[in-house]
Design a protein around this ligand. Structure first.
Ligand code: MN
Length: 266
């Protein structure tokens, strides 16, 4: 398996390297990611400016890593069409600090980077963790590796664009891995106003409070209930009934995670 790891939190983000450590047990990993945080940049691609990619010293030994002066989508495109010579088998984007559920999935740079993998015919998975503080990426990283391993074994076939969200809970408190559709809720509902030193207005768009009552059965609801949530962003080979087939697979992969001994890194 040749695996591209990218993100929208920037090439030095801990969530990305947690993913690299687990995925390098499954295949050959190359990192190509934005040189700085690009959260909320969605599917943006830089068509009107040239882009620079610089090789960086990776915090994990033996991994080639590039920092791209561009969006998450740019990073994936450069990786697939310029920086990695051999064909890539999987694009994994994350692990994002903060959930990407509901309508906000559509502005997520984590998902935007994975979209470019999918658009280029590569199996693509976006991974997010539901916390902004003191993250423990271990379970999310291990589950992502199980997905890629399952892809390598031929259990996850076809053109797939998957969004995976984990609640920030100890493994034994997570309700399991379920398949849920995108909800309609958004967290970007507050604007903070400030006056700058010259007396002019400044605005900050913030992550607001979570929707108090998300619709039952949606990804927003499920992650709140303590489920790890898998959402196919395109139906792939599952046709009109993606849920039941993918649900069976999700259950099998979750069992594999539970039965697998925890990595020493913790
Ligand atoms: Mn982010």
């Amino acid at each position: 398996m040749r695996i591209l790891v990218t993100n929208d939190d920037g090439v030095y983000a801990d969530g990305l390297w947690a993913l690299v450590r687990e995925l390098s047990k499954v295949g050959e990993v190359t990192v190509v990611a934005p040189d700085r945080e690009q959260s909320g940049s969605g599917t943006a691609v830089s068509l009107s400016k040239p882009l620079r990619a610089s090789k960086i010293r990776a915090p994990v030994e033996g991994i080639s890593a590039y920092a791209v002066e561009g969006t998450p989508g740019d990073a994936t495109i450069l990786a697939l069409h310029a920086l990695i010579e051999e064909p890539v088998d999987a694009v994994v984007s994350g692990i994002n600090l903060g959930s990407n559920v509901g309508n906000d999935t559509l502005i997520s740079g984590t998902v935007g980077a994975a979209l470019q993998g999918y658009s280029n015919g590569v199996f693509s998975l976006a991974v997010s963790l539901g916390t902004m503080i003191d993250p423990n990426f271990d379970t999310a990283a291990r589950l992502a590796a199980i997905f890629v391993e399952s892809r390598a074994r031929g259990e996850l076939e076809g053109e797939l664009f998957l969004n995976l969200n984990l609640p920030h809970l100890p493994l034994e408190e997570i309700q399991g891995l379920g398949v849920f559709p995108l909800g309609g809720d958004s967290y970007l509902d507050t604007v903070e106003e400030q006056i700058d030193r010259r007396g002019r207005q400044l605005f900050h768009i913030n992550r607001g409070t979570a929707a108090p009552d998300p619709a039952e059965g949606t990804d927003v609801w499920a992650v709140r209930q303590g489920y790890a949530v898998l959402t196919p962003l395109r139906p792939g080979p599952f046709g009109d009934e993606p849920w039941s087939e993918l649900n069976g697979l999700a259950k099998r992969l979750w069992r594999r995670l539970i039965e697998k001994p925890q990595s020493a890194a913790g």
